[in-house]
Design a protein around this ligand. Structure first.
Ligand code: NDP
Length: 292
């Protein structure tokens, strides 16, 4: 079997176009232009790159972005004060605090300071708590897991009743992805670094979401024939033939898995582009909630 490739670039582009269209309609109707505030603390090069990509996406879709950059030694009080100010600012519909924060800061307390209706990353403890409870709906769903489920739905994969296996239990990917799958009535198993017989667990999966950050660890022989494989991992692998001397690979051995799976996302070009697209969708939703 050769798997159908789920093209995240095409699906993300469609989401972005839909958001841009809705933003245009809002502005034409005389409503304020949606606005996203980004909070970057410190000088991590990867974080600065992510924030720039998010601001660029805003500009392309007609969303205002308000960039805030605090030094690496900013105090807890300074960060919380900034987030509180943004929570009170009517021009700001969504607040994105780029994680991870420097280690001296209490991330949970900062996230708790974000106004619930502006929590476009979906990491406020109340939004996560609602995601975990039956019959309750979070206002926003974390962007990468939201993107994973969106890809499955767009590909036409049956989630209800499926056996789903999630590799990884991080707060930003694995755990919310598992909660979303449970909410959509999949029978869901969450694996982590202490899981025994990982290949055997993965072989039960009709749907596999891999988010462990281990280059090509999941082998083709682990995949159930016909399964849907969503590869969240972004890892660099040495490759002397590549211009930079390395290339990006996922947590799944793509070449092997595509011969067995029914559907698979590539890396790059699978889940990656979805994260920012879903952030834009969440920011639009925040603006619609705040300016009905
Ligand atoms: P974390 O490092 O926070 O979490 C990794 C998880 O994988 C942990 O739960 C860990 O278990 C588990 N794990 C690690 N090694 C193994 C193993 N050998 N067997 C089974 N489980 C294991 O990573 P993130 O969730 O932040 O990210 C995961 C991957 O997704 C990374 O490659 C990251 O770059 C990528 N990513 C991609 C995004 C995108 O937009 N496409 C966005 C965010 C992340 P334990 O809990 O026991 O330690």
């Amino acid at each position: 079997m050769t798997a159908k490739i789920i093209d995240g670039k095409v699906i993300a582009q469609k989401v972005r176009e839909e958001v841009a269209e809705e933003v245009k309609k809002m502005v034409e109707a005389g409503k304020p232009r949606p606005g996203l505030a980004t909070v970057l603390v410190g000088d991590r090069v990867d974080s600065a790159t992510y924030v720039r990509s998010k601001q660029k996406a805003c500009a392309e879709l007609g969303i205002e972005s308000y960039g805030h950059h605090l030094p690496a030694d900013a105090s807890q009080q300074e960060v919380e004060d900034l987030v509180k100010r943004l929570s009170d600012d009517p021009k700001v519909n969504g607040i994105l605090v780029q994680l991870p924060l420097p280690s001296h800061l209490n991330e949970e307390r900062v996230l708790q300071t974000i106004a619930l209706e502006k929590d476009v990353d979906g990491f406020h403890p109340i939004n996560i708590g609602r995601l975990a409870q039956k019959g309750r709906e979070p206002l926003f769903v974390p962007c990468t897991p939201y993107g994973c489920i969106y890809l499955l739905e767009q590909a036409g994969v049956q989630i209800e009743g499926a056996n789903a296996v999630v590799l990884g239990r991080s707060n930003i990917v694995g755990m919310p992805a598992a909660l979303l799958l449970i909410g959509k009535n999949a029978t869901t198993t969450v694996c982590h670094s202490r899981t025994r017989d990982l290949p055997d667990v993965v072989r039960q999966a009709d749907i596999l979401i891999a988010a462990i950050g281990k280059a090509e660890m999941v082998r083709g022989s682990w995949i159930k024939p016909g399964a849907a494989v969503i590869d969240v991992g972004i890892n660099s692998k040495e490759d002397p033939t590549a211009p930079k001397g390395y290339r990006l690979v996922g947590d799944v051995n793509f070449e092997e898995a595509k011969e067995v799976a029914g559907w698979i996302t590539p890396v790059p070009g699978g889940v990656g582009p979805m994260t920012i697209a879903m952030l834009m969708k969440n920011t639009l939703r925040a603006a619609q909630i705040q300016n009905p």
